[in-house]
Design a protein around this ligand. Structure first.
Ligand code: FMN
Length: 498
């Protein structure tokens, strides 16, 4: 066994020419890795010669450092006897958040999914809130994702004996207790120490399907290990420039029993999420440090961009046969937005598509998934009978109510994905929060299905909704918040003041 390394020795390697860090009690020499770190070298150098565990944990799966750093750079364990325990003083912001955490509404007082968002906003660290809530550019699409559902109205049927209603369904041939799956949202530990495991555990208990993100804070295996027998998971894929890494990841997922591969196709480059980017310029005390801009801080970073530089922008339709050759999992393209691409996915023999704009985080002023659904279903009907069990269409973005879910299904979606609402539910209340979110969906589905006159998911049909206003963007145009905050209303003629 190699000798223990004293923390004083580690502290001697605190520069770019020799940079050691401690993560989970182990010492690593990251000097040569500094220029390669996807998040930039500055953040590592901040912890040079010190324990970086606290900063490392929310952004990386536990095995990231051991996998990416060559064995000879794993220097050994730190001698615990030499570690000086620093009692960290809480900042005013941390104290404020702890107080808010203690004063959270009890979970019984949470009546809808918006409540989770409000609680999460109050208790999350500023960086986590910025990363989770941000959307691209002027954040028009994220607002449209909600507004689009408000342009669709129900045409309910009556007198249909709705004493028993059943909202269970199948998604890619897998049983699901809800017509809703948990969409992939990266970096769960920014918002809760158990990260994505909150979702896995709640989903296992309630028969809901979870899509595992490539960029999860927990490792892929930790997430799969937390399942119960028979639990279904899908995996979301960001395709790596190094296809060998992608091949291994996909085949490992299949071997571990994952039942569907969702390839994200709307992110050849990550969108500019300005709320997240601005966080780069705020130091730990919460003080903006915009002046650093002059001294070389790259403005186009932020948590999202820092972790995503491996994504391959050259991905194209030509790669699809390769994906089909490396896996037997059903392949779904996540982030399709037009009938043209929907038909291509169909013609390439894929299992389905997700009509998604990535929660408004990619191309701003892209239309909502639900608006695209109408055109996509019309186009797919030209290829044969619809619904088609061999090709499923999913929708995500802005879904916060069972009524949203039912509108999407009535218009032809097999099921819908929910990102933020589940994420905020665990940020606010951990696993219990996610379970409560499922309960809210169940309660709302039961009530709405009765009121619409649909006893099962199959009984939902296009005649039950009026979507005639969906393409009219004039009425409920999302507010341009950035513009509105800067420009005051025009002044009217003023009375003289004395
Ligand atoms: N989609 C991906 O394909 N991969 C990701 O890593 C990913 N991370 C996300 C992280 C956050 C914080 C959020 C809010 C969304 C992310 N998404 C990602 C998009 C979601 O999978 C989903 O498309 C979107 O959240 C749906 O919109 P909603 O949040 O309004 O439900």
């Amino acid at each position: 066994m190699s000798a223990l390394i004293s923390s004083q020795t580690v502290a001697e390697h605190a520069s770019a020419s020799s940079c050691w860090i401690i993560v989970h009690g182990k010492v690593y020499d990251v000097t040569e890795f500094l220029p390669e770190h996807p998040g930039g070298s500055r953040i590592i150098l901040k912890y040079a010669g010190k324990d970086a565990t606290e900063a490392y944990d929310p952004i990386h799966p536990p095995d990231a450092i051991t996998t990416h750093l060559p064995k000879e750079k794993h220097l050994g364990a730190v001698d615990p006897g030499t570690v000086i325990k620093v009692v960290k003083e809480l900042t005013a912001e941390e104290i404020r958040r702890q107080e808010l955490m203690a004063a959270r509404p009890s979970i019984d007082e949470i009546v809808n999914l918006h409540d989770f968002e409000a609680v999460a906003k109050a208790i999350l660290p500023a960086k986590a809130w910025a990363y989770y809530s941000s959307a691209s550019d002027d954040e028009i699409t994220i607002r449209e994702n909600r507004a689009a559902y408000q342009r669709i109205w129900f045409r309910p049927r009556v007198l249909r004996d709705v004493s028993v209603v059943d909202w269970s369904t199948t998604i890619l041939g897998q049983r699901s207790s809800l017509p809703v799956y948990i969409s992939a949202t990266a970096l769960g530990k920014l918002g809760h120490p158990d990260g994505e495991l909150n979702l896995t555990r709640a989903a296992g208990k309630h028969g809901v399907i979870q899509m595992i993100p490539t960029l999860a804070s927990c490792s892929f295996d930790e997430i799969v290990d937390a399942t119960v027998p028979g639990q279904t998971q899908f995996v979301q894929l960001y395709v790596n420039r190094d296809r060998e890494i992608t091949r291994k990841y996909v085949q490992h997922a299949e071997k571990r029993g994952v039942k569907g591969l969702f390839i994200t196709v709307d992110a050849p480059q990550l969108g500019r999420r300005e709320k997240d980017m601005r966080m780069k310029f705020v130091d730990e005390s919460g003080v903006a440090k915009v002046q650093e801009n002059q001294s070389g801080v790259k403005k186009d970073e932020g948590v999202a961009r820092a972790i995503s530089s491996f994504i391959d922008p050259s991905l194209s339709w030509k790669d699809i046969p390769w994906f089909k050759s490396i896996t037997n999992m059903p392949i779904v393209l996540k982030g399709v937005a037009t009938p043209e691409d929907a038909l291509m996915a169909y013609d390439y023999g894929l299992a389905g598509i997700v009509l998604s704009n990535h929660g408004g985080r990619q191309l701003d002023t892209a239309r909502s998934g639900i608006e695209n659904l109408i055109e996509v279903v019309a186009a797919l009907k030209t290829r044969g009978p619809w619904p088609n069990p061999k090709f499923e269409v999913f929708v995500d973005g802005g879904i916060r109510r069972a009524s949203d879910v039912l509108k999407a299904i009535a218009l032809g979606a097999s099921a819908v994905g929910v990102g933020r609402a589940f994420m905020y539910s665990f940020c606010a209340y951990g696993q219990e929060g996610v379970e409560k979110a499922f309960q809210i969906f169940r309660d709302e589905l039961e009530m709405n299905m009765r009121l619409i006159g649909a006893r099962t998911i199959d009984e939902l049909s296009p005649e039950m909704v009026d979507a005639s206003a969906i393409h009219s963007h004039a009425g409920l145009t999302p507010a341009d918040n950035l513009y509105n905050t800067t420009y005051q209303p025009l002044a009217l003629a003023q009375f003289k003041t004395k």
